[in-house]
Ligand binder design. Structure first.
Ligand code: FAD
Length: 471
C-alpha cells in the first residue's frame, strides 16, 4: 500500500481537529471494512475517518479535496457490488458514516422522519414502530444496512411491489458535495420545480457525487395485521398469474417472492434451524405477504383457496402465528447467506419487463447451463417487480478464483447479453459499484454513458468521490 504525503496530510489534519476517536489508523480497526460482504473485493486504506456530524463531514471532504485524496463513503458495508470497498492501492481513505446515527425527528402526523445516514434500517423500523408508524422498506441485511447506503444504492427489497424503491420513499436529502459544500434538501415540498432534482440525483449515486448525511423518509401507519403464506407452484408463469389474480382481488399484497426448489434446498442445507413449510417436492415456491387493517388471515385464506380450486396452486400453508410468519421470511432472507456458504457463484441482479420475466427465468437458465456444463443457473426474488437475482453456481468443490476466471466471467457476460436482448437492466437494485462497471460501459448506449460521465465531471471535477465505482 502506497501512503502518499497527501494521505498523510489528511490523516494528520483530521486527527488534529477531531482526535483519534474519529480517525482509526490501527490495522485491526480498519481491516473489517476493507472487504465487501461477499468477500470478493479487497481494498486498502490508511485510515477510516468517522465523522459524527454534518459539519465534521463537510470539513473532512473539503480537506480531502484540498489534498486531492479520494474518499470512499461507507455505511454498513452490506452492498453487493463492491461499491464501498476502497481501491487496493491505498490511495483513498474510507469515510464511515456509522457515527452519524441520530434520528433527528419523527413526525407521525405528517408521516415523515428525518434520519441521519448512519442509522441502521432495523433501528429505524423499531424506533418508528414505537410511534405507531413504519418505514415500508425492508431487506435481508436490515440489521447492518444504513440509511445512507440505502439512499445511495436506491435500495429495493421485498415491499417494492406496494411502496416502490428508495426513490419513492425519500422526500429529502442532506449531503456534502465533493468540494465540501453542503446541500440542504431535507424540507418536504410536495411541489418543487426549481430545475434539476438534486435529491434524486444523489439517490442511487453510489457515493460518486457526494456524501449523504441525512434523509427525510416517508412513513406509513404501522400495519394492523399481516398474513404470510408459503405456496408451491408449477412454474414462474403460474406464479405471476397468481400474483395478478391476488392483485385483482385485494390491495393488500405487499410481498410476493419466488424461490426455486434448488435454492430452497440450499437454505435448508446451510442455514441451521430451517425447515420447508410444505411437505412434498414442488418445482417453485412463492412467499406471499398480505397486510390488512385487521384479520389479514381471513382475507388471505379465501384467496388461496380460490386459487387452489382454479388449479394454480399445488400446495399451500398460511402461517399460524407471527413466529411462523417470521420463519417463512427467514427462508427467503437467508438465501444470500446460504449461497455464500454453498460455494462460488456469479450473481446477477437483473430486471426485464414483468410479463417477460417468467419465460426469461426458465429460458435464460437453460441457455446458460447448456453453454457451461456443470453450472447451475437459477433465479429467485421479486417476481412482481420484474426483478430477480439470477445466480450461476459453480460445480461442487470448484476453486473460486479459477472457476470465475475460466467460466464465471464468461457466464456473466452471457447473462447480461440475454438481459440486454430482453430490454432489461443489468442492475435492478444493487447498483453498479466495481463489479458491474465494465459491463455497464459495454452494454449501455453511448448517450447514457456520456451523460453519466458529464454529470460526474460537473459535480466532482477532481474525481475524489468513490473513484472506480459506477463509471
Ligand atoms: P454500503 O455497503 O456501506 O455502501 C453501498 C454503496 O453506497 C457504496 O457505493 C457506498 O460508497 C455508498 N454509500 C454508503 N453510505 C453512503 C453515504 N452516506 N453517502 C454516500 N454514499 C454512501 N439490496 C436491495 O436493494 N434489496 C435487497 O433485497 C437486498 N437484500 C440484501 C440481503 C443481504 C443478505 C445483503 C447482505 C444485502 C442485501 N442488499 C439488498 C444489498 C445492501 O443491503 C443494500 O445495497 C444497502 O442499501 C447497502 O447499505 P449499506 O449501509 O450497507 O451500504
Amino acid at each position: 500500500m502506497v501512503r502518499t504525503t497527501a494521505v498523510e496530510a489528511v490523516i494528520a489534519a483530521a486527527t488534529e481537529r477531531f482526535g483519534a476517536k474519529s480517525v482509526a489508523t490501527a490495522p485491526q480497526d480498519i481491516a473489517p471494512w476493507l472487504t465487501d460482504w461477499r468477500g470478493r473485493y479487497h481494498g486498502a486504506a490508511a485510515a477510516v475517518l468517522s465523522p459524527a456530524s454534518l459539519e465534521e463531514v463537510a470539513f473532512l471532504v473539503a480537506l480531502a479535496a484540498r489534498h486531492r485524496v479520494p474518499l470512499v463513503p461507507q455505511g454498513g458495508n452490506t452492498g453487493m457490488v463492491g461499491g464501498a470497498t476502497p481501491p487496493a492501492d491505498g490511495s483513498a481513505l474510507l469515510l464511515s458514516l456509522r457515527r452519524m446515527n441520530a434520528i433527528r425527528e419523527i413526525d407521525a402526523v405528517a408521516g415523515f422522519a428525518v434520519v441521519e445516514a448512519g442509522v441502521v434500517l432495523q433501528t429505524l423500523h423499531e424506533t418508528v414502530a414505537a410511534q405507531g408508524m413504519r418505514f415500508p422498506l425492508t431487506l435481508g441485511a436490515r440489521g447492518s444496512a444504513t440509511v445512507g447506503g440505502l439512499v445511495s444504492t436506491n435500495a429495493g427489497g421485498t415491499q417494492v411491489l406496494r411502496f416502490g424503491t428508495m426513490r419513492s420513499l425519500v422526500a429529502g436529502v442532506e449531503a456534502v458535495m465533493p468540494d465540501g459544500g453542503i446541500w440542504r434538501g431535507l424540507e418536504v415540498l410536495k411541489k418543487d420545480n426549481r430545475g434539476y432534482d438534486l435529491n434524486q440525483l444523489l439517490i442511487g449515486a453510489e457515493g460518486t457525487l457526494g456524501v449523504v448525511t441525512a434523509a427525510t423518509l416517508k412513513l406509513v401507519p404501522a400495519i394492523g395485521d399481516r398474513a404470510v403464506a408459503w405456496i408451491g407452484v408449477e412454474t414462474p408463469e403460474v406464479a405471476l398469474q397468481l400474483l395478478r389474480r391476488f392483485e385483482r382481488q385485494t390491495r393488500g399484497v405487499e410481498g410476493f417472492e419466488i424461490v426455486p426448489a434448488d435454492t430452497l434446498g440450499l437454505v435448508l442445507a446451510h442455514v441451521p434451524g430451517t425447515r420447508s413449510p410444505l411437505g412434498g417436492e414442488h418445482p417453485w415456491h412463492v412467499l406471499v405477504e398480505l397486510v390488512a387493517d385487521r384479520e389479514a388471515v381471513a382475507e388471505l385464506e379465501p384467496l388461496v383457496a380460490d386459487a387452489f380450486e382454479a388449479g394454480l396452486i399445488r400446495d399451500a400453508t398460511i402461517a399460524a402465528s407471527e413466529a411462523q410468519a417470521e420463519a417463512f421470511w427467514r427462508l427467503r432472507d437467508s438465501i444470500s447467506e446460504a449461497e455464500r456458504a454453498a460455494g462460488p457463484a456469479m450473481q446477477h441482479d437483473i430486471s426485464v419487463p414483468v410479463d417477460a420475466m417468467p419465460r426469461f427465468m426458465v429460458e435464460a437458465a437453460a441457455t446458460v447451463e447448456a453453454a457451461f456444463p456443470g453450472t447451475v443457473a437459477s433465479a429467485f426474488g421479486h417476481l412482481g417487480d420484474g426483478n430477480v437475482h439470477f445466480h450461476v453456481r459453480a460445480p461442487a468443490a470448484s476453486d473460486a478464483d479459477s472457476w470465475r476466471r475460466d467460466v464465471g466471467y464468461a457466464a456473466s457476460g452471457m447473462v447480461h447479453d440475454l438481459v440486454d436482448a430482453a430490454g432489461g437492466s443489468i442492475s435492478a437494485e444493487h447498483g453498479i459499484g466495481q463489479m458491474k462497471r465494465d459491463e455497464l460501459a459495454r452494454l449501455s448506449d453511448p448517450v447514457r454513458m456520456a451523460t453519466l460521465r458529464a454529470i460526474k465531471h460537473a459535480l466532482d471535477p477532481l474525481g475524489i468521490m468513490n473513484p472506480g465505482k459506477l463509471l
